[in-house]
Ligand binder design. Sequence first.
Ligand code: ADP
Length: 337
Amino acid sequence: MAAVVCLGEALIDFVAAESGVGVGEASGFLRAPGGAPANVAVGVARLGHTSAFLGKVGDDPFGRFLERTFAGAGVDTSGMVFDPRHRTGLAFVSLAENGERDFCFFRNPSADMTYASAELDHACIQTGRIFHFGSITLIDEPARTTTLAAVATARAAGLLLSYDPNLRPPLWPSLPKARRTILSAMQHADVVKVNEEELVFLISQDGNLPTEDVSGGERDALAAKLRRKFPNIRLLAVTSGARGSSLYFGDGGQISVFGLPVEAIDTTGAGDGFTAALLVGLIENDRAVADALVVPDQNILTHILLRANLVGALTTTRKGAIPALPTSAEADAFSSA
Ligand code: ADP
C-alpha cells in the first residue's frame, strides 16, 4: 500500500558531461534515471512516505536499471510493466551555463507510449491517498487512455488528484495541441503544480511560450484566471525557479515565498522535488487532505510551501534529479542550519 501513487513516463536522461554546449557538441553523457512522475515517487520516498510508481519501460538494461533505482529508493515498483518489443525512452540533455536545459528525445515509440489500459494496476491506485500524474503520457495512444483510466479509478476510490503538466514542447505534435490536451486534463485535478512558463503558456491570450519572466502581479492574475476556468483546482502551486514559489487556494487565498539562496548546479528535478514535498506536506497534515482543502488552513499551507520551496532548492544543489532529491533528514538539517 502506497500513500502517493505516481503514474507516467520513466526514462533515462543522458546528461552532457560538460556545461554550456548543445546536445550535439557534448563529448560524453552521464546516465541518469528520470521521468517527472517517477522523480516525484522517489522524492516522496526520500521524504519518508510510501510511494508507488506505475508506468511502462522497455524490457532492456535501461528499463531494469530504472526499476532497480526506484525500488532502491524505496518506491513500490510492483505495478511497473516491461515491454519486450519497445525500448525504454531516452532523453539527451545538455545544461547551458545558467543551468537551463536543452533536450533531444529518443522515443520512436518508446515503451512508455505503449502503456495499455489492460496493464494498469488498479488495486495499487485504489489503496493510495494521492494520485499524481503528468501530461507526457497524455500525448500518444494508448498511454493517454490508460492515464485517463487511472484518473477515473483514483477519483472513484476517493484519492486526491495531483497534476503537474510538465510541458516538454519537442514531444508534442504542436504547441496548440499541447495546450489543448494539457488544459483538458486540468478538470480532473484537485492539486495542480505548474512553473511560471507553463502558467503563461496555458492561460495567456496568445498561447505562446513566454520569452521573459512575468511580474508577481501578472503571475497572480494568471493563476486566478486558471482557477476561475477550473474551479475544481483547490490548490494551485506556481513555481518561479530561483525566485521562489506560490500557493493559491480557497476563495482568493495566496501565499508566496522567496527562493532560497543556494548554489544551483543543475535545476533538473527541482519542480519534482517541490511537488514531492508538497504532497508529503498534505499527507502529514491530515486536515489538509481530510478537508480536501475546502477550508484551507493558511498556517499549515505556509508550512507546507516553505518545505516544498526548500526541497526544490536543495534539488538544484547536486547533479541529476534522483541523486539530488533530499531525504527528510537533509531537508531538516538545511532548515536548522
Ligand atoms: P520546474 O523544475 O518545474 O521548472 P522550477 O524551476 O520553478 O520548477 O523550480 C521548482 C522550485 O525549486 C522553485 O519554486 C524553487 O522553490 C526551487 N528552485 C528552483 N531553482 C532554484 C534556484 N536556482 N535557487 C533556489 N531555489 C530554486
